[in-house]
Design a protein around this ligand. Structure first.
Ligand SMILES: Cc1cc2nc3c(=O)[nH]c(=O)nc-3n(C[C@H](O)[C@H](O)[C@H](O)COP(=O)(O)OP(=O)(O)OC[C@H]3O[C@@H](n4cnc5c(N)ncnc54)[C@H](O)[C@@H]3O)c2cc1C
Length: 556
């Protein structure tokens, strides 16, 4: 087991619930975390007055007694050993739910009703398979737990039959099992986190290069189970594209899926496991495609006068196969907020220069190029020409480097803002280049209307962060004055309106956060009733007792 950090309620950081001492109360912490200009902007935009909205203390969190029977406990101990079956308060609280805004709100209110009845830690595929078979016989629900960073209720542990549940913590299976350098393949345990994987590959001059914003804590198994996308997925590929094979332990047996380099032996069953969110079993091994560490890395900033001009330029790059490895186009609201959040003389000069050049209401584009120096040079030269033709002005490498330096910090800021009376949540989708502008307008309208109250309006910041030949993803951050009386209802209403709007306009239910419990009411709209039936039939074959994460993915 990796060393356990102190138990806190911090929304971001290692899994765990609350400690108000660790989060502050909205006063000093906030001014330290948010530059004065940005704070002024937020109060003006949102009609919000910072006020302390701290979480409850750790010992005030309500946790029902474990419902795991003595028979089940004894069986698990027999399979895994005493130390790998835990029902103590701290172990259960650490695996209570994920990291969505709603998860954090509930925990801050002292609600840990999503905590499992116990935590079990298998160490091998065989142990996991035996555990699943035992859970099937005993009627115990199984929720695989990787890094606990789900933002869609993937770990909610909901069971229509209200059976006892265990979190299957995968942190004991977190090592490199084999590395095949000539074939560029590495096989790892599902509990491995990004930093440890990169460290292991670095010694061989290799990289995996999957960098979601949750990189510090999320695991390889979690990425596979949710079809994650990283910051440089435009170049490297989404996580699901980088999986060459995996092992799935199910209550009905073990499946070995994938056959690198390629196979035409019927439909690819690997695709069934990717994105299965623990509903078919537990991923116990993942084989990934790796590549040499890039010799050249260039990050740069550009500016467009408008969102439409920025989108048109990206579409143009995509058509000519010139999209960089990292693409991040912010809309005017996100650009303004980013510029205000940046402090120092450089940022001030940049704001001044953009104003002079008529881009004060413009859109920031961050690009990242990685690879062999000559190829990076050639791609950049061609792309720069197209960007300039599209009306972009180059802001230089400092802007790109600054984005890179701060790219994992956003989630920490969310905690500070929640402590001071703000709603902070994100949602994401993807659409074709044709539908994207309509989806953008529809989502913003829905969020604006549902989050506005008594003259106060939300701040909505959007960006495109993954480009494809056919379209792009869209990511929206909503910040609004917290409804102190009905905080959970406030976001549920907004999320429902936004999801209906984005689906109606042609967006997908989710581009990379997955379905979880939060999106499943819309799953039938996404894949159709027959699609849902097909998934149900597969689940019925692999998980006849319906013990594998029953509360996610498939609608009731
Ligand atoms: C601040 C923040 C930033 C984020 N940024 C990104 C981002 O940039 N890109 C992105 O794609 N996502 C992002 N996410 C979402 C989240 O990190 C991803 O969904 C991630 O893939 C989940 O990995 P995890 O190991 O934490 O899985 P968990 O949260 O532990 O689990 C997620 C789901 O997968 C299932 N699961 C986990 N492990 C296994 C396994 N071994 N076998 C079967 N099922 C399993 C769980 O039961 C659950 O349903 C972000 C989340 C946060 C909180």
């Amino acid at each position: 087991m990796p060393e356990q950090p102190e138990l806190t309620i911090q929304g971001w950081g290692p899994p765990g619930p609350a400690d108000p001492a660790a989060t502050g109360t909205g006063g000093d912490d906030l001014t330290a975390a948010v530059p004065k200009g940005a704070l002024k902007y937020l109060t003006r935009e949102l009609g919000w007055t910072p006020r302390p909205t701290p979480p409850v203390a750790v010992d005030e969190i309500r946790l029902a007694p474990s419902r795991l029977s003595e028979e089940a406990r004894a069986r698990f101990v027999e399979l895994l050993g005493e130390e790998n079956v835990r029902a103590d308060r701290e172990s259960r609280l650490r695996r209570a739910g994920g990291k969505s805004y709603l998860d954090l709100l509930r925990r801050r209110e002292g609600d840990a009703s999503d905590a499992p009845d116990a935590v079990v830690l298998p160490g091998t595929t065989d142990e996991t398979a035996a555990l699943l078979a035992a859970c099937g016989e005993l009627g115990v629900v199984v929720v695989p737990f990787g890094g606990g960073t789900s933002v869609v209720g993937g770990l909610a542990g909901i069971d229509p039959d209200d059976r006892p549940s265990v979190a299957v913590d995968l942190s004991r299976m977190a090592s490199v099992q084999s590395l095949d350098v000539p074939s560029s393949l590495v096989t790892v345990g599902p509990g491995m986190r990004g930093p440890a994987l990169e460290q292991a590959l670095d010694r061989q001059g290799l990289t995996f290069g999957h960098l979601p914003q949750s990189w510090e804590f999320a695991t390889v198994g979690g990425y596979a189970a949710t079809r994650s996308a990283g910051q440089n997925s435009t170049g490297v590929g989404r996580f699901d594209e980088l999986v060459a094979g995996l092992t799935l332990a199910t209550p009905s047996g073990v499946l070995e899926l994938g056959h690198p380099p390629a196979s035409a032996a019927g439909p690819d069953l690997l695709g069934l496991a990717l994105g299965s969110e623990g509903t078919l079993g537990v991923i116990t091994e993942v084989t990934l495609r790796v590549r040499p560490k890039p010799q050249s890395r260039v990050y740069e900033g550009w500016s467009f006068r408008s969102w439409a001009a920025g989108l048109a330029a990206l579409q143009h790059l995509a058509r000519h196969d010139l999209l960089p490895d990292i693409v991040r186009l912010s809309d005017p609201d996100e650009t303004r907020a980013n510029l205000l959040m940046a402090s120092g003389t450089g940022a001030k000069l940049l704001r001044g220069s953009l104003k002079t050049r008529g881009h004060s209401n413009g859109c920031l584009l961050v690009l990242g190029w990685e690879g062999l120096p000559s190829l990076v040079r050639a791609r950049r030269t061609e792309a720069s020409g197209l960007l300039r033709d599209g009306g972009a002005i180059r802001l230089g490498n400092k802007v790109g480097e600054s984005w890179k330096a701060h790219r994992f910090q956003g989630p920490y800021l969310r905690d500070r803002l929640m402590d001071a009376g703000l709603l902070v949540e994100t949602l994401e989708t993807a659409a074709t280049w044709t539908a994207l502008p309509t989806v953008y307008d529809a989502v913003r309208r829905a969020l604006r209307e549902s989050l506005a109250r008594e003259g106060r309006r939300p701040l909505l910041m959007s960006h495109v962060s993954h480009g494809y030949a056919t379209g792009a993803s869209l990511y929206v951050t909503a910040i609004a004055d917290l409804d102190d009386d009905l905080p959970i209802q406030q976001w549920l209403t907004a999320k429902r309106a936004a999801t209906d709007a984005l689906l109606g306009a042609g967006g997908t239910l989710t581009h990379h956060h997955a379905v979880g419990a939060d999106h499943r009411p819309w799953m039938e709209r996404e894949i159709g009733p027959l699609g849902v039936e097909v998934l149900r039939a597969v689940k019925q074959r692999l998980d006849p007792q319906g013990i594998c994460n029953p509360g996610v993915l498939l609608p009731d």
